[in-house]
Design a protein around this ligand. Sequence first.
Ligand SMILES: C[S@@+](CC[C@H](N)C(=O)[O-])C[C@H]1O[C@@H](n2cnc3c(N)ncnc32)[C@H](O)[C@@H]1O
Length: 220
Amino acid sequence: MKEFDPIAYKNMVKAYQERDDPMGWFDSIYTDAQGNYKAVFWADLEPNPYLLSWLKNSCSQQPGCSAIVVGCGVGDDAEALSDEGYDVTAFDISPEAIRLCKDRYPETTVNYLVADLFDYPSHWAENFDLVYECNTIQVLPGKYRVQARDAMISLLAPKGYILVSCRSRLKGEQEDDIPLPLDKEEIDGFVRCGLNEKSFESYDDTQDPPVPHFFASYQK
Ligand SMILES: C[S@@+](CC[C@H](N)C(=O)[O-])C[C@H]1O[C@@H](n2cnc3c(N)ncnc32)[C@H](O)[C@@H]1O
């Protein structure tokens, strides 16, 4: 198995971004894991605790509602939503990520499939009560971040919720970082697009040194 090298990783992502192929590298992260989902370096291998807390405290959505997980990775958050009673679709642009999910959860009720957020099946439009995004916008550059936000919003059914979980930064800082965390103005784009902000948390995670994050929920 390939050892994760953060400098080589950033250089590789930068090279793809510079030739305007910002999604061309994702599958390699999963194929490098050689069938072992535990070897995907960005996978926490547990559901996002802020998602679990939102699910516990939110009485706005009832089990049986539909949810879609954007860029689902190895599936922990999709499974958590399914466990909560949502009818879950989870997609990723990486075929190998979806293969790992299916191998990992052979009995799952989640509908895992390969799809591109920028070219998703037309019947998904305005079709989901809950859209869940964790760390996808931050691994995209420039105009693709705005397009990703707009595509995510377009999946929302009337009155639907979108949850956005990401790294955060202060405006003007870390401009060249990969991943590039969202600043407040960028995440506020969900409000500028007409959604109502229902909750907003800014917190540091438990890494050493701690990494600042946002977790926000918006309603259409
Ligand atoms: C940083 S990973 C996060 C994965 C997962 N959400 C998590 O929190 O562990 C970003 C994910 O988005 C996926 N992705 C990137 N662009 C995408 C697109 N246009 N459509 C669907 N998935 C995409 C990548 O393949 C990758 O799995």
